[in-house]
Design a protein around this ligand. Structure first.
Ligand code: PLP
Length: 401
């Protein structure tokens, strides 16, 4: 048998076109949408589709280029001979360890293959044509998309001047709100909402609403977790994923943390079988005390170096504490994306609330050097040259409508 290729475009049955086809089919069939769908769908155009392989520089999906930690890699390798098993004890082992680390009883956690499923299910469970979805604008789109599928009205409230969630306005948006989604740090801005603002939302929300705090990026920042509200028995669900600081987006593991009666409401929408590699790698990651502080520093150093370069070159950006940040490119963001894609540097999408901004994921130092070269070249390109680019179609929150 020939050696396994790591070039995903070379895998039979998984060409870039079939990936993109499944991305568009998925949109029609109301599936769980992940960052990968949003990121790569934003690259779609009828005339030009970028290669789906790991050969380019991908700064478009908030992935962690460091991948799983050494301990997680070893745990994955060691468990491969058992890959023919479902291994239910691993579910309980991973949930028990995660619950211990969060300081909650194990009944307050549920394991998923990433945090996309519980995000999607929370929208389906707590919103409806009579119960709306409240979120920031801009923010991560997946919860909103699921709420739209549930027939819910969406109240997207502009971020405050300091780019935090305007929780005072969010709780007032609709007395019949079903779910209030707070992404902390926020995707795409990487900005923080203070614990006091979250406390305000929990204390002042409409009685029947649930507050969903998405802490996908929390380890990269100095934000305070809202876990104390779960411990206090409030109407709060927290989401955590191993896709970001732990570098396991392609391995898959995540958790919902909340009162058992709230978690039960998510159950009827499904519980995907867990990959044993994801469960064992999550446990190995949690048992490594150096992983979070070491990676937080590596990513912050690269991010801050990039910020220093942007500042020195007079580019406007939103200071972020996460592995992504927004740059004001002062023209439609997709134009800069398209130009940079020609260099094999794939940056992130734009949001309709901020059409002249692009989101950039923090990559490796060498990748950020390539980013700087390509970004400067694109920004120095005369405006007239952009008219010929394929990305002139209207897009809605990064997805071509
Ligand atoms: N929440 C936020 C804010 C995200 O940005 C993402 C992915 O990028 C997710 C949840 C879902 O991540 P995953 O399903 O890989 O755990």
């Amino acid at each position: 048998m020939s050696q396994l290729s790591t070039d995903l475009s070379a895998c039979s049955g998984f060409s870039r076109r079939s990936f993109l086809r499944s991305a568009s089919a998925a949109l029609a069939a109301a599936p769980i949408l992940t960052e990968a769908h949003f990121a790569r769908a934003a690259s779609m155009s009828t005339s030009e589709v970028p290669e789906f392989s790991m050969k380019g520089i991908y700064l478009d999906a908030n992935e962690n280029p460091l991948g799983p930690s050494d301990n997680a890699r070893k745990a994955i390798a060691d468990i491969i001979p058992n890959g023919g098993r479902y291994a239910p004890p691993l579910y309980f082992g991973a949930m028990k360890l995660f619950a211990e680390r969060m300081g909650v009883p194990v009944e307050h956690v549920m394991i998923y293959d990433g945090s996309s499923p519980p995000l999607h299910y929370s929208s389906l469970a707590f919103t409806s044509p009579t119960r709306s979805f409240v979120c920031a604008n801009p923010t991560y789109e997946a919860g909103q998309r699921a709420a739209e599928i549930a027939g819910a009205k969406v109240h997207a409230i502009a971020l405050a001047k300091d780019y935090s969630h305007d929780t005072a306005a969010m709780v007032k948006a609709d007395p019949n709100a079903g779910l209030i989604y707070i992404c902390n740090p926020n995707n795409p801005t990487g900005t923080i909402t203070s614990k006091e603002q979250i406390d305000y939302a929990v204390a002042n929300k409409p009685a029947a609403a649930v507050v969903l705090v998405d802490e996908a990026y929390i380890h990269l920042s100095d934000a305070t977790s809202a876990i104390d509200h779960v411990k206090a028995g409030k109407d709060v669900i927290i989401l955590r994923t191993f896709s970001k600081i732990y570098g396991m987006a392609g391995i898959r593991c995540g958790f919902a943390i909340g009162r058992p009666d709230l978690l039960k409401k998510l159950e009827r929408f499904g519980q995907a079988p867990m990959p044993i590699t994801g469960m064992i790698a999550a446990q190995a990651s949690l048992m490594d005390p150096d992983l979070v502080p070491t990676r937080k520093k590596i990513i912050a150093d690269t991010r801050n170096k990039t910020f220093a370069w942007l500042k020195a070159n007079n580019y406007d950006f939103v200071p972020s504490q996460s592995n992504c940040f927004m740059i004001d490119v002062k023209r439609p963001g997709p134009q800069i994306r398209a130009l940079m894609a020609k260099d094999g540097v794939y940056i992130g999408r734009s949001w309709s609330a901020w059409p002249n901004y692009v989101r950039v994921t923090v990559g490796l130092p060498s990748e950020m050097e390539a980013f700087q070269r390509s970004f400067k070249k694109a920004m120095d390109t005369p405006a007239s040259a952009f008219n010929e680019l394929p990305f002139s179609r209207t897009h809605r929150d990064g997805l071509f409508a």
